[in-house]
Design a protein around this ligand. Structure first.
Ligand code: OXD
Length: 310
């Protein structure tokens, strides 16, 4: 059974691992494969596929997204509806996101923002005790990636809470479920970590009215998707100081336009969607395991429910 690989970045790291892990499978590259061959390929491994990718794949049986978020793929105009769409579950991303989130939480908790201002003004001033019990961290979204963040934060003693669409129980975490509980959840977040998938339901979830529920001087870490937050509202709240600090890895428009105020805002740290990358070996092993399951009629891990959008 053959595979098609379609990624805008370098194909070589993926090919190297595919050749090592699945030497018996032929791998074709998008852009280098004729129409006749494309029509016979059952499995497509894709990341940000071009608009014309799916039309020639008339023999397709499953699509494997080479990342966790499928928002862009679900919006693809040519996406076939009759085959399963499968995402990467963790794929090495959870550990990287956990490091990123920990960095953001410690930045706020140990007041590195204030200390940087003091240093700029040559001010020697002890800003006082940093008690972990007073830095309440809330995680919006309780999927596989959030789990990694929770495990990383737990030993530090921060009170942890989490919000999800449907009820979940996570040891050591106060959990909230459903939209009605969102204000109460947000009110207890000195640091809010955004880790939800982007779907029709979650787009703009953190509206100005919802951001208003955060306690004064809260901080926001977004490592999911920019469109989850009303960016103009976030900016206004950063300007006023109602929100103390934002660590932003994702934006509604990427790359973030060079004239966007986030770039130069004193309360914002911008990173270019680099909080976590799929690790090719882990991703390929997961995809090959899923293909083997599919071929023997067993369930696959990470199958998207198109009605939910994740
Ligand atoms: C992903 C991402 O969804 O990298 O995997 O954003």
């Amino acid at each position: 059974m053959t595979l098609l690989l379609a990624t805008p970045g370098a194909a070589e790291p993926w090919l190297k691992i595919l050749r090592a892990e699945a030497p018996d499978r032929a791998v074709h590259l998008w852009g280098q494969t004729d129409a006749q061959t494309l029509a016979t390929i059952p499995y497509a491994l894709v990341w940000k596929p071009p608009a014309d990718l799916f039309a020639p794949l008339t023999g397709l049986k499953a699509i494997f997204n080479l990342g966790a978020g499928v928002d862009a793929l679900l919006a693809h105009p040519g996406l076939p509806k009759h085959v399963p769409l499968v995402r990467i579950v963790d794929g090495g991303m959870a550990a990287q996101m956990a490091e990123y989130a920990l960095y953001g939480v410690l930045h706020v908790h140990r007041r590195f923002d204030l200390l940087a201002q003091q240093q700029a003004a040559s001010v020697w001033n002890d800003p006082g005790i940093c008690d972990p019990a007073e830095t309440r961290v809330g995680i919006l979204g309780l999927g596989a990636l959030a789990q990694g963040v929770i495990e990383k934060l737990q030993p530090f003693g921060f009170p942890l809470s989490g919000w999800s669409r449907s009820p979940r129980s996570v040891p050591g975490v106060t959990t909230y479920a459903g939209l009605d509980s969102l204000p109460a959840f947000l009110a207890g977040c000195d640091v809010l970590i955004v880790l939800l998938p982007l779907t029709a339901e979650t787009e703009g979830l953190l509206s100005d009215a919802r951001l208003a529920h955060l306690p004064p001087g809260a901080s926001v870490i977004n490592l999911a998707r920019g469109a989850l937050i009303d960016e103009a509202a976030l900016l206004a709240r950063l300007d006023s100081g109602a929100i103390r600090f934002a660590l932003l890895d994702v934006f509604r428009q990427e790359p973030l336009p060079t004239d966007h105020p986030f770039w130069r805002h004193p309360r914002v740290k911008v990173t270019p969607h680099t909080s976590a990358a799929t690790l090719p070996r882990e991703a390929i092993q997961q995809i090959l395991g899923n293909i083997a399951a599919f071929e023997r009629g067993a369930p696959m891990q990470g199958v998207i429910d198109p009605t939910r959008g994740y």
